[in-house]
Design a protein around this ligand. Structure first.
Ligand code: SF4
Length: 385
């Protein structure tokens, strides 16, 4: 292995030894060291460090998965994100839709037949949907089906604020009373406003994303955190994202609340359906598989207060998800049954949007781990030795 000169005020071995000494004791690494680690460490070295953190938090070989269905209630959206190929801006577009209760109900019934324990409901920011639409949909689902319901990322909650004038806390309380048990962490992309203004200027900024998540966590709703790399962001902007998440998690946990229960990251997909993909700068977007893995490991090390880290199969496929289990991840995500957002931007899910529980278990075993089904609160339902 080539020893790099002391480019960052500390040499390679010193840095690796320093980090390796901190992690088993549950001590955290600071931002400067995280930046150095990302730049200096070999892929396998950072992967091993991430596994140390994983083993401290989740000793053993269990990797979990969730049986669920992802349902999009509408693809109409006013936000025009440059990386999105899913939305239709005009509600009169022939491809625009708002799924009826009938359609949504059929999808939930199919999911229940497969043994799903959760429904994940997300959609665009559709100005034609009144606030009552959301409350009515949640209470209708909860009345009709026995299933946990996670729905509406922070930018959708902001859309409800726009159409109702109600504050975020009030909206979230009413959704919770209607039967909502958690919020997905979508729409975080990179929590740095320079990046957001460049790629999704109409979407909520980093402060609002954090504020809405904090309000949800205060109510005890289940929440997850996400990150999308490859938006042309630099390492400092990625660290800004991680700092925002780590700080919020510290604040929430200091109040005795659970905060984010899982962190999920993936690479930007940008085919011809997205404005980034059609632009002449398309080649400067996206991230390589090695960069994804390195970032995956760095996130496990840096976000030491988020207990579960997911090696997600929909964007980079199940083979990469298997590798990710050796980069600090203790979860492979879910069956999904349906995926329309990253698929529309070119993810492999365009051709393969569903994974059966048996397949997920086979991928976990194939990577040398023991599969276990969990619910959305990460409680183990069954271990498959
Ligand atoms: S990513 Fe979400 S918010 Fe942005 S355009 Fe697509 S559906 Fe709308």
């Amino acid at each position: 292995m080539i020893d790099l000169p002391d480019m960052f005020g500390i040499d390679r071995d010193q840095l690796l030894n320093k980090v390796a000494a901190l992690l088993p004791e549950g001590r955290r690494i600071e931002r400067e060291d995280a930046a150095r680690l990302f730049r200096i460490a070999e892929l396998t070295e950072i992967g091993m460090l991430a596994n140390q953190v994983r083993q401290r938090i989740h000793p053993g070989r269990i990797v979990t998965y969730l049986v669920d269905r992802n349902i999009n209630y509408t693809n109409v959206c006013n936000s025009d994100c440059s990386f999105c190929g899913f939305y239709r801006h005009n509600p009169r577009d022939p491809e625009a839709y708002v799924n009826s209760k009938d359609v949504i109900g059929k999808k939930i019934a199919e999911a229940l037949e497969l043994g799903a324990t959760r429904i994940l409901l997300q959609g665009g920011h559709n100005d034609e949907l009144p606030y009552d639409y959301y409350l009515d949909l949640i209470s209708w689902i909860k009345d009709k089906f026995q299933i946990e319901l996670n729905a509406f990322s922070p930018s959708e909650v902001h859309q409800m604020h726009r159409v109702s004038g109600k504050n975020y806390g009030e909206i979230l309380r009413e959704l919770q009373q209607a039967g909502l048990s958690g919020l997905p962490g979508g729409g975080a992309e990179i929590l740095d406003d320079d990046v957001r203004k460049r790629v999704s200027p109409k979407k909520i900024g980093a402060d609002l994303w954090i504020e809405i998540m904090e309000a949800a966590q205060d109510l005890g709703l289940t929440t997850t955190a996400t990150m999308v790399i490859g938006l042309g962001e630099n390492l400092e902007q990625r660290l800004n994202h991680l700092d925002r998440l780590r700080e919020l998690q510290d604040r929430t946990q200091a109040r005795g609340l659970k905060g984010f229960n899982c962190f999920i990251s993936w690479n930007l997909m940008h085919n011809q359906n997205t404005s980034i993909g059609r632009s002449r700068h398309a080649a400067s977007f996206g991230a390589s598989a090695s960069e994804y893995l390195k970032n995956l490991a760095l996130c496990r090390i840096y976000l030491d207060n988020i207990p579960n880290h997911q090696s997600s199969w929909p964007t980079l496929g199940p083979d990469m998800a298997q590798v990710g289990m050796n980069f600090g991840c203790n979860d492979i995500g879910s069956t999904m049954m349906e995926e329309n957002v990253v698929s529309a931007a070119g993810a492999p899910t365009l051709h393969r949007w569903s994974m059966s529980p048996e397949e997920l278990r086979a991928h976990i075993r194939g990577a040398g781990f023991i599969p276990a089904q969990r619910n959305s609160s990460f409680e183990i339902v069954q271990i498959f030795e």
